[in-house]
Design a protein around this ligand. Structure first.
Ligand SMILES: O=C(O)COP(=O)(O)O
Ligand SMILES: [Mg+2]
Length: 236
Protein backbone atom coordinates (compact mmCIF):
# COMPACT_ATOMS: atom_id res chain seq x y z
CA UNK A 1 0.00 0.00 0.00
CA UNK A 2 1.39 3.44 -0.82
CA UNK A 3 1.01 6.46 1.43
CA UNK A 4 1.12 10.15 0.63
CA UNK A 5 4.34 11.64 1.99
CA UNK A 6 3.61 13.46 5.26
CA UNK A 7 5.54 16.79 5.32
CA UNK A 8 5.90 16.69 9.13
CA UNK A 9 7.38 13.17 9.02
CA UNK A 10 9.66 13.94 6.08
CA UNK A 11 11.01 17.00 7.85
CA UNK A 12 11.52 15.07 11.09
CA UNK A 13 13.32 12.21 9.31
CA UNK A 14 15.59 14.66 7.50
CA UNK A 15 16.78 15.95 10.88
CA UNK A 16 17.80 12.59 12.44
CA UNK A 17 20.71 10.16 12.04
CA UNK A 18 19.18 7.17 13.80
CA UNK A 19 15.90 5.64 14.91
CA UNK A 20 15.30 3.68 18.12
CA UNK A 21 12.38 1.31 17.60
CA UNK A 22 10.23 -0.19 20.36
CA UNK A 23 9.20 -3.85 20.01
CA UNK A 24 5.91 -4.88 21.70
CA UNK A 25 2.95 -2.99 20.25
CA UNK A 26 5.13 -1.18 17.69
CA UNK A 27 6.70 -3.93 15.54
CA UNK A 28 5.12 -7.11 16.86
CA UNK A 29 1.63 -7.75 18.23
CA UNK A 30 2.68 -9.96 21.16
CA UNK A 31 -0.59 -9.95 23.07
CA UNK A 32 -1.25 -13.60 22.10
CA UNK A 33 2.14 -14.63 23.52
CA UNK A 34 1.58 -12.71 26.76
CA UNK A 35 -1.89 -14.22 27.12
CA UNK A 36 -0.69 -17.77 26.49
CA UNK A 37 2.42 -17.66 28.70
CA UNK A 38 0.64 -15.89 31.58
CA UNK A 39 -2.33 -18.24 31.59
CA UNK A 40 -0.08 -21.33 31.39
CA UNK A 41 1.81 -19.94 34.40
CA UNK A 42 -1.43 -19.26 36.31
CA UNK A 43 -2.67 -22.81 35.60
CA UNK A 44 0.61 -24.24 36.83
CA UNK A 45 0.31 -22.25 40.06
CA UNK A 46 -3.39 -23.25 40.40
CA UNK A 47 -4.43 -19.59 40.19
CA UNK A 48 -7.48 -18.21 38.31
CA UNK A 49 -7.10 -17.28 34.62
CA UNK A 50 -6.92 -13.67 33.39
CA UNK A 51 -8.47 -12.20 30.23
CA UNK A 52 -6.32 -10.75 27.43
CA UNK A 53 -8.02 -7.34 27.75
CA UNK A 54 -6.74 -6.95 31.31
CA UNK A 55 -3.25 -8.08 30.29
CA UNK A 56 -3.15 -5.48 27.51
CA UNK A 57 -3.52 -2.66 30.05
CA UNK A 58 -0.62 -4.06 32.11
CA UNK A 59 1.96 -4.41 29.31
CA UNK A 60 4.65 -1.80 28.74
CA UNK A 61 6.70 -1.50 31.89
CA UNK A 62 8.57 -4.81 31.60
CA UNK A 63 7.84 -8.41 32.59
CA UNK A 64 8.40 -7.94 36.35
CA UNK A 65 5.77 -5.19 36.49
CA UNK A 66 3.46 -7.24 34.27
CA UNK A 67 3.65 -10.30 36.54
CA UNK A 68 3.12 -8.27 39.72
CA UNK A 69 0.03 -6.65 38.11
CA UNK A 70 -1.31 -10.06 37.01
CA UNK A 71 -0.83 -11.58 40.48
CA UNK A 72 -2.52 -8.62 42.12
CA UNK A 73 -5.44 -8.95 39.68
CA UNK A 74 -6.01 -12.70 40.02
CA UNK A 75 -5.59 -12.64 43.79
CA UNK A 76 -8.14 -9.77 43.81
CA UNK A 77 -5.91 -7.71 46.04
CA UNK A 78 -6.56 -4.12 47.01
CA UNK A 79 -3.08 -2.94 47.75
CA UNK A 80 -2.91 -3.11 51.54
CA UNK A 81 0.36 -4.24 53.11
CA UNK A 82 -0.85 -7.77 53.85
CA UNK A 83 -1.84 -8.18 50.19
CA UNK A 84 1.58 -7.06 48.99
CA UNK A 85 3.15 -9.78 51.12
CA UNK A 86 0.71 -12.37 49.71
CA UNK A 87 1.39 -11.34 46.12
CA UNK A 88 5.16 -11.29 46.69
CA UNK A 89 4.97 -14.82 48.09
CA UNK A 90 3.80 -16.02 44.66
CA UNK A 91 6.25 -13.90 42.71
CA UNK A 92 9.40 -16.11 42.55
CA UNK A 93 7.46 -19.20 41.39
CA UNK A 94 5.38 -17.09 38.99
CA UNK A 95 8.49 -15.53 37.45
CA UNK A 96 10.26 -18.88 36.97
CA UNK A 97 7.15 -20.49 35.46
CA UNK A 98 6.36 -17.49 33.24
CA UNK A 99 9.89 -17.35 31.83
CA UNK A 100 9.82 -21.05 31.01
CA UNK A 101 6.41 -20.85 29.31
CA UNK A 102 7.20 -17.59 27.48
CA UNK A 103 10.44 -18.96 26.02
CA UNK A 104 8.62 -22.15 24.95
CA UNK A 105 5.95 -20.26 22.95
CA UNK A 106 7.85 -17.02 22.11
CA UNK A 107 6.50 -15.72 18.79
CA UNK A 108 3.98 -18.52 18.16
CA UNK A 109 0.99 -16.37 19.13
CA UNK A 110 2.47 -13.10 17.85
CA UNK A 111 2.53 -11.37 14.46
CA UNK A 112 4.43 -8.55 12.81
CA UNK A 113 2.15 -5.54 12.21
CA UNK A 114 1.45 -4.61 8.62
CA UNK A 115 3.86 -2.03 7.20
CA UNK A 116 6.68 -2.74 9.66
CA UNK A 117 9.12 -4.28 7.19
CA UNK A 118 8.40 -1.62 4.55
CA UNK A 119 8.97 1.10 7.15
CA UNK A 120 12.23 -0.42 8.44
CA UNK A 121 13.51 -0.90 4.88
CA UNK A 122 12.72 2.73 4.05
CA UNK A 123 14.53 3.98 7.15
CA UNK A 124 17.58 1.88 6.27
CA UNK A 125 17.41 3.10 2.66
CA UNK A 126 17.67 6.69 3.98
CA UNK A 127 20.93 5.69 5.63
CA UNK A 128 19.51 5.85 9.15
CA UNK A 129 21.06 3.72 11.91
CA UNK A 130 18.57 1.47 13.68
CA UNK A 131 18.44 0.10 17.22
CA UNK A 132 15.67 -1.83 18.95
CA UNK A 133 14.98 -0.79 22.55
CA UNK A 134 12.34 -2.72 24.46
CA UNK A 135 11.30 -3.17 28.09
CA UNK A 136 10.97 -6.89 27.29
CA UNK A 137 13.85 -9.01 28.68
CA UNK A 138 16.69 -9.27 26.14
CA UNK A 139 16.44 -13.09 26.24
CA UNK A 140 12.82 -12.82 25.01
CA UNK A 141 13.45 -10.03 22.52
CA UNK A 142 16.36 -11.53 20.56
CA UNK A 143 14.71 -14.86 19.60
CA UNK A 144 11.44 -13.03 18.82
CA UNK A 145 13.12 -10.60 16.42
CA UNK A 146 14.96 -13.50 14.80
CA UNK A 147 11.89 -15.71 14.38
CA UNK A 148 9.98 -12.80 12.81
CA UNK A 149 12.85 -11.99 10.42
CA UNK A 150 13.40 -8.54 11.94
CA UNK A 151 16.80 -9.01 13.60
CA UNK A 152 18.80 -8.04 10.51
CA UNK A 153 17.53 -4.45 10.55
CA UNK A 154 19.11 -3.55 13.89
CA UNK A 155 22.70 -2.73 14.80
CA UNK A 156 21.86 -2.97 18.49
CA UNK A 157 19.12 -4.65 20.49
CA UNK A 158 18.63 -3.75 24.16
CA UNK A 159 16.05 -5.30 26.48
CA UNK A 160 14.57 -4.07 29.74
CA UNK A 161 17.38 -5.73 31.69
CA UNK A 162 20.17 -4.13 29.63
CA UNK A 163 20.38 -1.00 31.79
CA UNK A 164 19.75 0.00 35.40
CA UNK A 165 16.35 1.46 34.65
CA UNK A 166 13.63 0.87 32.04
CA UNK A 167 11.53 3.28 29.93
CA UNK A 168 9.85 5.70 30.88
CA UNK A 169 13.21 6.57 32.46
CA UNK A 170 15.40 8.32 29.86
CA UNK A 171 18.48 6.22 30.77
CA UNK A 172 17.90 3.39 28.24
CA UNK A 173 17.47 5.92 25.41
CA UNK A 174 20.57 7.86 26.40
CA UNK A 175 22.57 4.61 26.62
CA UNK A 176 21.26 3.48 23.23
CA UNK A 177 22.25 6.81 21.65
CA UNK A 178 25.68 6.37 23.24
CA UNK A 179 25.97 2.86 21.77
CA UNK A 180 24.97 4.17 18.32
CA UNK A 181 27.22 7.20 18.68
CA UNK A 182 24.36 9.58 17.84
CA UNK A 183 23.12 12.75 19.55
CA UNK A 184 19.74 12.33 21.33
CA UNK A 185 18.33 15.38 19.50
CA UNK A 186 19.14 13.59 16.20
CA UNK A 187 17.79 10.19 17.28
CA UNK A 188 14.09 9.49 16.76
CA UNK A 189 12.17 7.24 19.16
CA UNK A 190 9.45 5.23 17.47
CA UNK A 191 7.10 3.61 19.96
CA UNK A 192 3.53 2.85 20.97
CA UNK A 193 3.08 4.06 24.51
CA UNK A 194 3.50 6.86 27.02
CA UNK A 195 6.60 5.02 28.32
CA UNK A 196 8.35 5.57 25.00
CA UNK A 197 7.21 9.19 24.74
CA UNK A 198 8.10 10.17 28.31
CA UNK A 199 11.52 8.54 28.02
CA UNK A 200 12.12 10.32 24.70
CA UNK A 201 11.05 13.73 26.01
CA UNK A 202 13.30 13.37 29.08
CA UNK A 203 16.23 12.20 26.92
CA UNK A 204 15.73 15.03 24.40
CA UNK A 205 14.87 12.68 21.51
CA UNK A 206 12.07 13.47 19.05
CA UNK A 207 9.29 10.88 19.26
CA UNK A 208 6.66 9.44 16.92
CA UNK A 209 4.04 6.98 18.16
CA UNK A 210 2.02 4.34 16.31
CA UNK A 211 -1.71 4.48 16.92
CA UNK A 212 -2.34 0.71 17.05
CA UNK A 213 -0.26 -0.53 20.00
CA UNK A 214 -0.65 -0.88 23.77
CA UNK A 215 -0.95 2.31 25.75
CA UNK A 216 -2.29 0.98 29.06
CA UNK A 217 -5.84 1.19 27.69
CA UNK A 218 -5.61 4.98 27.25
CA UNK A 219 -5.92 6.83 23.90
CA UNK A 220 -2.39 7.23 22.54
CA UNK A 221 -3.23 10.49 20.74
CA UNK A 222 -3.44 12.17 24.15
CA UNK A 223 0.26 11.44 24.76
CA UNK A 224 2.76 14.26 24.22
CA UNK A 225 4.61 13.26 21.00
CA UNK A 226 5.88 14.91 17.82
CA UNK A 227 3.71 12.82 15.55
CA UNK A 228 1.54 9.73 15.12
CA UNK A 229 1.43 7.09 12.36
CA UNK A 230 -1.12 4.38 11.66
CA UNK A 231 1.56 2.22 10.06
CA UNK A 232 5.35 2.24 9.80
CA UNK A 233 4.76 2.23 6.04
CA UNK A 234 3.95 5.95 6.44
CA UNK A 235 7.67 6.45 6.99
CA UNK A 236 8.36 5.42 3.40
O1 LIG B 1 7.49 -5.98 27.64
C1 LIG B 1 7.00 -4.84 27.86
O2 LIG B 1 6.63 -4.46 28.96
C2 LIG B 1 6.84 -3.88 26.71
O3 LIG B 1 7.85 -3.97 25.79
P1 LIG B 1 8.12 -2.76 24.77
O4 LIG B 1 9.03 -1.81 25.50
O5 LIG B 1 8.78 -3.46 23.60
O6 LIG B 1 6.81 -2.16 24.41
MG1 LIG C 1 5.70 -0.99 23.23
Amino acid sequence: MSHAADPMLSSLLSRVDAVIVDLDGTMVDTMGDFNEAINRMLRELALPAIEALHIEHMVGKGSEHLLRSVLKHVLALDGIAQDAIKSEAYYPAAWASYQRHYLAINGQFAGVYRGVEDGLKALRARGLRLACLTNKPTDFALPLLKSKGLDGYFEKVFGGDAFERKKPDPLPLLKTCEALGTAPARTLMLGDSSNDAQAARAAGCPVVLVTYGYNHGAPVQAVDADGFVDSLAQLT
